[in-house]
Design a protein around this ligand. Structure first.
Ligand SMILES: [Zn+2]
Length: 587
């Protein structure tokens, strides 16, 4: 199609444009370039038949589709200088001019001289045209005409130096001490001992529970009582993995938001402090659980330590909860109870970061530069009406948990945590589950962090050596620097979310008529100074473009809603971004 159009336009340029077609189309992998997308016209022609030179300036206006299915926002207008020795016509001219030349100016140097003069003229004209192009570009960027400009990339980083400073306080040594202490309780199975004697002896889940509580209390003392340390205790009735009625206790610390208008917004980090060995019903033999999930418990504790210390210098308008749960290995009992309680009490939990097996197991194939972030696609609680809309609009990858995962990817680009999130677009690994799903069940956005490569000989195994293979979730397999990096990524995410404005509410996209523009509107967020519309191609995993729209509650973009997925996010005066909200269609 491209070549056909070119033949029609100007056959003289066939060769050069075929080259353009082959080279550029191959390099950029254009998709769906139609005749309408390409416009070629001669802008200026200058020639010197005696020097056998044609100079042609060609304006080519292309609306390109760079790996995307819509063409509206990428306009390229270029001027090509076409320089050719006109051999065919030139033969005649040459002969004619030869006679002319020999009669008037026999000097053979005149031909190169003319070529040089013509080239100089070309440079002059070209620079003039380039300036024209620049002024055209300026015009396109002028206020009021911003929709015509290529939008900024949504992947541009935006870090808050105070948050960067906070996450630097995360200490691999403190994390090592925490995990060592947790391992010292020998067996932290939910069905292990929790009576007074066991607690005094430092054995069993009861002793672990008391120690975790004392750590939260200590951090709170260090920040002038800024943490409210609480327990959530309940009795689980007998089930598959719970032989008799068992008391289960979740321990958590609340760092209340500094803004009364936003303190009801909650972001939460969790890990499970219970452990297991090869037998889920064994509460006595060693079950060190250094990685599963001493590492996740250490992330929650370390986040609470550094973020509670940070309130001396900075403020978090929203509330942060640092949670450690039990009962995970028996069937997610602790997290289920906690999430149900949160739902029943109307807590506004905006994000749950579940860290489970983030020890960076030291072994072959591990990638210590990456941590997996699992998130559900279609929400488990979606109603029939919601499922219908998801099917209609292609919303399979836009659950609130998925948006949270993308937010973490953004944090990974903006802060140097030492580890990069690798988004996995599925709820969890094969054959496995985790506490984040308890929160998903109650409609909360929740994701799971897990090391890049797990060693299943070092999880859920009674420590032993068989045929030269060492089994067991032992301290020596944990990479404490890696856990610290994951803790930094968590702390940065919590701090960014707790500092950012609330996400815009009631976000709608107008679908009243057939229209290739897109109009969105929303209601104001507490703490917001401005808003941004972001979007991506329907087949792109992460947000691609961003259009700041000031403090408007409505925006129209010259981008077709049929071809992209939009979202709106709030931005405060310091540039903190809220979670994005995908609009619902409004008829
Ligand atoms: Zn686990």
């Amino acid at each position: 199609m491209l070549v056909l159009v070119l033949i029609l336009v100007v056959s003289d340029f066939l060769v050069i444009l075929i080259v353009l077609d082959l080279v550029f189309a191959d390099y950029f992998q254009f998709h769906r370039i139609y005749g309408d997308d390409l416009e070629v016209r001669t802008a200026l022609r200058a020639g010197d038949d005696r020097a056998f030179i044609d100079l042609v300036f060609v304006d080519i206006k292309v609306r390109l589709a760079f790996r995307t299915v819509h063409h509206d926002f990428l306009h390229v207008q270029v001027t090509l200088l076409y320089l050719v020795s006109s051999r065919g016509k030139g033969q005649v001219a040459n002969q004619e001019n030869s006679r002319f030349l020999s009669a008037s100016r026999p000097d053979k140097l005149s031909v190169p001289l003319r070529m040089a003069l013509t080239a100089a003229l070309a440079l002059f004209l070209c620079s003039a045209l380039c300036l024209t192009q620049e002024s055209l570009a300026q015009e396109r960027l002028a206020p009021g005409n911003t929709a015509e400009a290529a939008p900024a990339l949504a992947s541009n980083p935006h870090a808050d130096p105070r948050i960067a400073e906070v996450i630097r306080q995360v200490s691999p040594d403190r994390i090592r001490e925490t995990i060592e202490k947790l391992v010292s309780f020998n067996n932290r199975s939910t069905i292990s001992a929790q009576d007074e004697d066991a607690i005094k002896a430092g054995r069993g889940i009861g002793a672990a529970r008391e120690w975790i509580k004392s750590e939260f209390d200590r951090y709170s003392k260090d920040c002038g009582g800024c943490l409210e340390v609480k327990i959530d205790t309940f009795t689980e009735q007998p089930a598959d993995r719970i032989p008799k009625p068992t008391e289960i206790t979740n321990i958590y610390a609340v760092l209340k938001g500094s803004d009364p208008k936003q303190a009801d917004r909650i972001v939460l980090v969790t890990g499970h402090y219970d452990s297991r060995n090869s037998d889920t019903l064994n509460g006595t033999d060693p079950a060190p659980g250094a990685n599963d999930d001493g590492s996740g418990t250490a992330v929650s504790l370390e986040c609470s330590r550094v973020l509670s210390q940070a309130v001396k210098k900075t403020k978090f308008p929203a509330t942060i909860i640092f949670l450690t749960v039990a009962g995970e290995e028996q069937g997610l009992n602790g997290s289920r109870h906690f999430a149900q309680m949160a739902k029943q009490q109307g807590w506004k939990i905006e994000a749950v970061l579940n860290n489970d097996i983030v020890g960076g197991n030291l072994g072959p194939g591990q990638d210590s530069g990456r941590v997996r972030v699992f998130s559900e696609g279609v929400p488990v609680i979606a109603s029939d009406a919601e499922l219908k809309r998801i099917r209609m609009l292609g919303g399979e990858s836009d659950s609130s948990s998925r948006e949270l995962a993308r937010y973490i990817a953004d944090i990974g680009r903006s802060y140097d945590a030492g580890v990069k999130p690798l988004l996995i677009f599925r709820l969890d690994r094969f054959l496995r589950g985790g506490d984040h799903s308890s929160f998903n069940q109650q409609g909360f956005a929740a994701v799971r962090f897990t090391e890049f490569r797990e060693d299943f000989n070092h999880q859920h195994q009674t420590p032993r050596t068989e045929n030269g293979v060492e089994y067991g979730d032992l301290l020596k397999f944990v990479d404490f620097d890696y856990v610290a990096h994951v803790a930094r990524l968590n702390a940065a995410t919590l701090a960014a979310l707790a500092t950012a404005p609330a996400a815009p509410s009631n976000v709608k996209i107008v679908t009243k008529g057939l229209d290739n523009d897109s109009t969105l509107h929303w209601e104001p967020s507490v703490g917001a100074a401005d808003y941004e519309v972001i979007w991506r191609s329907t087949n792109a995993p992460d947000w691609e473009y961003v259009q700041p729209v000031g403090n408007a509650m409505r925006a129209t973009l010259h981008v077709s809603k049929d071809n992209v997925i939009f979202a709106v996010r709030a931005v405060d005066a310091a540039g903190h971004r809220s979670l994005p909200v995908v609009p619902e269609p409004e008829r």
